[in-house]
Design a protein around this ligand. Structure first.
Ligand code: ADP
Ligand code: MG
Length: 257
C-alpha cells in the first residue's frame, strides 16, 4: 500500500530482483488468511473470522463435519470465491485486490485435486496430463519429457494409453494428481482426495501427497479420513460451523462430544 517509486531517503530498500516480492512471501508465509468471513447470499456465514497462516513447505490437514466450510476455504484460496470481509494472501498475491487478468497466472502456481477426479473422459492418461501442460503453452518437447516422468512418480508409467474408465478409482486419482503436479505448483490443494477411495488406495494417495510435500510443495488436504489423519501426525486445522476450533501441530482428528 502506498509504495512510492523512489525512496526519498536515497537508499535502495530492496535489491531489484526482490522488489516485487510481497510481504507475506518474505516471512515464510505462503498462505495468510486474516479475519476472513465468507457469507453466501443465503444461510449462515460459511466462514467466520478465520485466521490461518501456513508457511512454505508445510503439510496441513483441514478437517471438519460436512458443511463446516472446508470447500469454501479451498475456493477462497483459489480465488474462485471472494471474501465478504478480511484478507487473504497466497504466494504474495493479495486476493482481495488481484486483477481479473492476473488470476490465471496466479492459479498456474496452484495444483488442485478433487474428490471426483474430474478427468477428461475421452482422453487417455497421457493426454489428460499433457493437457495441463498445453494450457500453459509448454513445448511438445517439454511435454514429452515431463508427462512420462510425472506418470512414473505416481506409479502409472505403464498405463499412459488407458482411458479413465479403464482405471480403478485409485488410479484415476493418481492421474489427477499427476495433472495437478506436472506444472510444478508451489501449492497443492486437495479437497477430499480420498473421498471416493477404499482404504488401501486412500493410503497410497496420502503417501504420494506426503512425498510431494517432502519435495518442497506446500500441501493442504481436506479430508474426512480419521484414521489417516491420526496416523500421519501432521498439522491439523479443525473447522466447525465456519470457525477454526483447533489448529495443532502433529494433531489428530477431534472426536465429536
Ligand atoms: P464443507 O466443504 O465443509 O462440507 P462447504 O464449504 O461446502 O462445507 O459449505 C459450508 C456452508 O456453506 C454450508 O452450510 C453450505 O450449505 C453453504 N454453501 C456452500 N456453497 C454454497 C453456495 N454456493 N450458496 C449458498 N450456500 C453455500
Ligand atoms: Mg466440501
Amino acid at each position: 500500500m502506498g509504495e512510492k517509486k523512489g525512496s526519498t531517503r536515497g537508499e535502495r530498500l530492496a535489491p531489484a530482483r526482490g522488489r516485487r516480492r510481497r510481504p507475506a512471501a518474505e516471512n515464510g508465509e505462503i498462505i495468510s488468511m486474516t479475519k476472513v468471513c465468507k457469507a453466501y447470499s443465503t444461510g449462515a456465514p460459511a466462514l467466520k473470522d478465520v485466521d490461518l497462516h501456513i508457511n512454505r513447505g508445510e503439510f496441513v490437514f483441514i478437517v471438519g463435519d460436512s458443511g463446516s466450510g472446508k470447500s469454501t476455504l479451498i475456493k477462497l484460496l483459489l480465488r474462485e470465491l471472494t471474501v465478504t470481509s478480511g484478507s487473504i494472501n497466497v504466494m504474495g498475491y493479495d486476493l482481495t485486490k488481484i486483477k481479473h487478468r492476473k488470476i490465471p497466472k496466479f492459479r498456474r502456481n496452484i495444483g488442485i485435486v478433487f474428490q471426483d477426479f474430474r478427468l477428461l473422459k475421452d482422453r487417455n492418461v497421457y493426454e489428460n496430463v499433457a493437457f495441463a501442460q498445453r494450457i500453459v503453452q509448454k513445448s511438445n518437447k517439454e511435454i514429452k519429457k515431463n508427462v512420462p516422468s510425472i506418470l512414473a512418480i505416481v506409479g502409472l508409467a505403464g498405463k499412459y494409453k488407458a482411458k479413465p474408465k479403464q482405471l480403478s478409482g485409485g488410479e484415476q486419482q493418481r492421474v489427477a494428481l499427476a495433472r495437478a503436479l506436472v506444472n510444478k505448483p508451489t501449492v497443492l490443494l486437495a479437497d477430499e482426495p480420498t473421498g471416493n477411495l477404499d482404504p488401501k488406495n486412500s493410503w497410497e494417495i496420502m503417501k504420494l501427497l506426503e512425498q510431494i510435500n517432502e519435495n518442497g510443495t506446500t500441501v493442504l488436504v481436506v479430508t474426512h479420513n480419521r484414521e489417516i489423519v491420526n496416523a500421519m501426525q501432521k498439522r491439523v486445522v479443525t473447522l466447525k460451523k465456519g470457525v477454526i476450533v483447533s489448529d495443532e501441530e502433529k494433531g489428530g482428528y477431534i472426536d465429536e462430544d
